[in-house]
Each structure stands twice: as C-alpha cells, then as structure tokens.
Ligand binder design. Structure first.
Ligand SMILES: Nc1nc2c(ncn2[C@@H]2O[C@H](COP(=O)(O)OP(=O)(O)OP(=O)(O)O)[C@@H](O)[C@H]2O)c(=O)[nH]1
Ligand SMILES: [Mg+2]
Length: 225
C-alpha cells in the first residue's frame, strides 16, 4: 500500500466479511455483475476519491478478492492493488460493526469512507460530498426518511469510530448505532441525498435474483459503470 497519508489523504474501507447466506453458494463480494466482480465495481467507482484502500474480510476470502481487484486493465490508473491492504477480522462473524472496527483500525489517514462490497452503484460524487461534510467532525452519516442510518456508506474519522466500535463490541453490543452515539457527526438527510445524488447509491444486493435484475439494468444502459 502506498502511504499517501498526508493530512488531506483519504482512505476507503470496503466491508466484505459477511457470509452472503442469502446469496447462496458463492461469496457475493466476488460474484459476477456484467463481467466484473461486484467488489471491483465498488472499488472502481470510488477509486478517484481515495488514496488508500483497505478491504475488510475473513482470511479465506483474501485470495479471491485480491484476484478480483488485480489490475488486468492497463488503462486503469492508478492501479488499485498498489494501495490495497487487507484487514482481516481477528474474530470473524461478529457482524458489520466489527468489520468497520477492523477496517478503520488499519486506516492510515484521518478520514475514511466505509462502503459495503454489495453496493456496486455507489456514487463517487456522493462519497466526495460525505468527505466534505465530515471535515472537522467525527463523520458524515446519511439518514433516510425511515430514520435508517446508512452506516455502511458513510465517512468516519477513523480512530474515534474504530475505538467506539471496539468499546461497543466489548459491551457485546452489535448495533451499529451504538458507536455513533459517542461521536460528533454530521447527518446527511435523505433530501440532500436526492438533491446531490440518488438513493441508488445505497442499493445493495442480497440475493442472486436481485443481482440478475441489476445486470438487466446495466445492459439496458440505464445505470452503473
Ligand atoms: N467483517 C464482517 N463484515 C460483515 C459481517 N456480516 C456482514 N458483513 C458485511 O456487511 C455488509 C452488509 O452485510 P449483509 O448485506 O448482511 O451481507 P452478508 O452478511 O454477507 O449476507 P447475508 O449472510 O445474506 O446477511 C456486507 O458488506 C458484508 O460483507 C461480519 O460478520 N463481519
Ligand atoms: Mg448479513
């Protein structure tokens, strides 16, 4: 990983440590979406907004994810693997918040965007907005009108969020809103998401049927990379 960790450098933590049980046999992180592994869609989209990339997963997932992110396209600049590191959960299967703690614990920059590996339509301009809004705060977290915080597409100040997640885990608390209660963060409401981007940025895929529908949309040219 190149350590472009000057004060304005930014990282991404891509969460991939789940078991994709609703998806079926394969790991959805590396499932094919229109010829490209799902996690590669995510990384390709956010690459322009970040300097370093940390992938959080289990040890057994590393080879396939490394392969999925290998730069076989000479036109792709800069090569993602040159600034790629893996943050392997010390204890697997403790949920997304544990993954956030592991991933943010490896981050070398002050701020990092956390994105789930199953959000292939993540909007880089929205990620840019999150970084801008987080500046001077502990984070910027989208909140939809149903009150749901989009904590797996949010920017955090890495150290306080990692520490707050670790404390929550020590309390046996897995709800991701728990660590948030310790932070001074900016809320990005749904109206602002709609104004500056669209809710598609949060779309995530849990079943193969959902993915098939997305492939049809990509082939219609109406969405995606
Ligand atoms: N590190 C880590 N990440 C997780 C864990 N569970 C889920 N995630 C990640 O959190 C994000 C959202 O989780 P889900 O959509 O539930 O994914 P999943 O758990 O793999 O899939 P299901 O088994 O169908 O729930 C994905 O990026 C997952 O990789 C976990 O136990 N540890
Ligand atoms: Mg799950």
């Amino acid at each position: 990983m190149s350590l472009e960790n000057g004060s304005n450098a930014r990282s991404a933590v891509v969460l991939a440590g789940g078991h994709s049980t609703r998806f079926g046999e394969t790991d959805k992180a590396v499932a094919d979406l229109a010829g490209t592994p799902m996690i590669r869609h995510v990384v390709d989209r956010i690459a322009p907004t970040i300097d370093d990339l940390v992938v959080n997963c289990r040890e057994d997932q590393v080879p396939a994810i490394r392969e999925a992110l290998a730069d076989d396209d000479p036109s792709f600049e800069p090569a993602p693997e040159s600034r790629l590191s893996f943050a392997v959960d010390p204890v697997p299967d403790r949920g997304p918040m544990a993954g956030i703690a592991t991933g943010l614990g490896e981050v070398m920059t002050e701020y990092a965007v956390v994105v789930a590996c199953d959000m292939p339509f993540v909007d880089p301009e929205f990620v840019e907005l999150l970084f801008e809004r987080a500046d001077g705060h502990d984070g910027a977290v989208p909140q939809l009108d149903d009150q749901w915080f989009q904590t797996t597409q949010a920017v955090y100040r890495a150290e306080p969020m990692a520490n707050a997640c670790e404390r929550a885990l020590e309390r046996d608390e897995r709800r991701i809103v728990e660590p948030l209660s310790e932070l001074e963060y900016v809320v990005v409401p749904e109206a602002e998401v709609r104004e500056r981007s669209s809710l598609e940025t949060f779309e995530n895929f849990n079943t193969r049927a959902e993915l098939e529908a997305a492939i049809d949309r990509l082939e219609d040219g109406s969405s995606g990379t």
